[in-house]
Design a binder for this molecule. Structure first.
Ligand code: GLU
Length: 313
């Protein structure tokens, strides 16, 4: 990236314009319904926030309404686990794109219970296992970590979504038990799944998410507080894996068209890291067939193009 991008207009004004452009398009896709509590969300929500490293936050639309962060939580879990267990983690989960759906089981059997990367469900369940095994209360540790990053003490877990994930989590349970059979889950499977479902059910707004992930754009140092969240090597590694696997089976297309490390969740949230600049978070609940937010992708692509943010330019 060639330094701080050129800004043709004030960022807040640009976000407002992009929001209107997006509202003018048909609201394509479908809200996730395999977790019934997620199907109850209003599909017309649309919001975007950009948190810059100097503390400025620009918003448009529903950027301050909390939503279910779902797989975006995998970034927080991974950061905590990398700090806690170090490079041993990479004996249990790899760093390759999967080429399969986020909750696919087939590859895991062929590859002896070692998930392709920490951003597919199987990989995030291994990460959850390390947290359950290394903390007396992994859920409390993760919640505290996230609240501290977002500087928002009222970030909460949506109990209805948590319960709904537990009730309808057969596929995730299958992944966890399959990995247990290959000795790649150490703790009790029920506890590991409970942690995984809990972290997916955390609610945050676009503003919370964009602010909380600033350290990934700042070599591991959290803007504002100056706290070292992880070292520059871990920061590079997390961003690299977000670039290759964060958008699941659409990661290649996202790199091709947008060019930013990113992570989507089935709640319709999407975060993108712009090194040395800040973090963008968009939210629109309707998803495409890969499980990524339709309009969220459109909005982030527009911001990246207008501000010239691709890391590959
Ligand atoms: N809780 C979801 C699941 O395990 C997360 C998936 C996602 O957001 O992509 O299926």
């Amino acid at each position: 990236m060639e330094g701080i991008p050129q800004r043709p207009k004030h960022t807040a004004e640009l976000l407002q314009e992009i929001l209107q452009r997006t509202q003018a398009l048909p609201n394509e896709g479908a809200v996730a319904n395999y977790i019934p509590a997620l199907a109850k969300v209003d599909p017309n929500h649309l919001g975007i926030a950009v948190a810059e490293l100097d503390g400025k936050v620009h918003i448009a639309g529903d950027a301050q309404i909390p939503f279910s962060i779902q797989s975006i939580s995998k970034i927080f879990g991974l950061t905590l686990a990398m700090e806690r267990v170090g490079d041993q983690l990479w004996n249990r989960v790899r760093m390759e794109p999967s080429g399969h759906a986020f909750n696919s089981i087939v590859q895991l059997e062929w590859e002896h219970g070692i998930p392709r990367n920490p951003f597919i469900n199987a990989g995030a369940i291994v990460v959850a296992d390390t947290l359950v095994s290394h903390y007396s209360s992994s859920r409390a540790a993760l919640t505290q970590f996230i609240r501290n990053l977002a500087q928002n003490p009222i970030i909460f877990v949506d109990e209805v979504v948590w319960e709904s994930e537990r009730e309808h989590g057969a596929r995730n349970a299958a992944l966890a038990y399959l990995m247990k059979s290959f000795n790649n889950i150490e703790a009790n499977v029920v506890d590991v799944l409970d942690h995984y479902f809990y972290q997916c059910a955390i609610s945050m707004s676009c503003v919370d998410l964009a602010r909380s992930l600033g350290f990934l754009a700042n070599r591991g140092v959290q803007p504002g507080t100056g706290e070292v969240i992880c070292d520059p090597r871990s920061t590079r590694r997390i961003n690299a894996m977000m670039s290759t696997s964060g958008m699941y089976d659409q990661s290649g297309e996202f790199a091709f068209t947008v060019g930013l490390p990113a992570k989507g969740g089935v709640g319709g949230g999407l975060v993108a890291v712009v090194p040395d600049y800040g973090v963008i978070c968009a939210w629109s609940p309707k998803l495409n067939s890969y499980g990524n937010s339709y309009r969220g992708m459109f909005m982030i692509r527009q911001v990246a193009e207008e501000l010239g943010l691709s890391v590959y330019s």
